[in-house]
Design a protein around this ligand. Structure first.
Ligand SMILES: Nc1ncnc2c1ncn2[C@@H]1O[C@H](COP(=O)(O)OP(=O)(O)O)[C@@H](O)[C@H]1O
Ligand SMILES: [Mg+2]
Length: 186
């Protein structure tokens, strides 16, 4: 899809310094929210490449006493979940993405999260429709999340856009965080 390619190219042009600055802003914005501070079980992701960086965020949530679960990518592209227990408890999984070495809690572990933080290439500012990298993993995971749980996509500036194409299986997120702002979507 052309839109995915354009978004990935723009991400590829972000400097390491810009990525660091973005990560701090996104983390601070999110951790300022009472509903984020109070979540006892948080489903997050371990960022890779030019994705909005989550390593500091995961560490901060964990340090503040939350239980953080991170995805373990299954062969069928569905997401299993395992508990993060500090920086030394991750090992490369499929595609070299770091995953917790802890016991897998199953694809339904996300159902019990009080806060769900997901990656996205873009989010539709009107509908909250989320564009992923094309594997559909988070469409499956988000379909298991209850209606009252805050679901948050982390973005770089310029990735909260109009007219994200959506198919019936595409899931929406309720919040988007960019380095500039936090937006309630639905
Ligand atoms: N709930 C689901 N169950 C099974 N397969 C799904 C589901 N949601 C999405 N998929 C699969 O994932 C593929 C990619 O989805 P897509 O929305 O294009 O990716 P992404 O959301 O990662 O950008 C879909 O074509 C579909 O086959
Ligand atoms: Mg999708």
């Amino acid at each position: 899809m052309k839109l995915r390619r354009e978004l990935l190219t723009a991400r590829g042009n972000l400097s390491p310094e810009q990525l660091r600055v973005n990560a701090v802003k996104v983390r601070e914005t999110l951790l300022d929210q009472p509903w984020a501070q109070m979540a006892g079980l948080v489903a997050c992701y371990w960022s890779t490449g030019a994705e909005p960086e989550t390593h500091g965020l995961v560490f901060a949530l964990w340090k503040h006493g939350a239980t953080v679960i991170l995805p373990v990518l299954r062969e069928n592209d569905d997401l299993d979940w395992a508990v993060y227990d500090g920086p030394d408890t991750l090992a490369p999984g499929r595609f070299g993405i770091m995953e917790p070495v802890d016991t897998r809690r199953g694809v339904d572990a996300i159902r019990t999260a009080a806060l769900v933080i997901v990656p996205a290439l873009a989010v539709d500012r009107k509908s909250g429709v989320r564009l992923g990298r094309g594997g559909g993993s988070y469409d499956r995971a988000l379909a298991r999340v209850g209606p009252n749980v805050p679901t948050v996509a982390l973005l770089h500036d310029g990735e909260l856009i109009d007219d994200v194409p959506a198919e019936p299986h595409d899931q929406r997120v309720r919040w988007a965080v960019t380095p500039r702002e936090l937006t309630r979507l639905m």
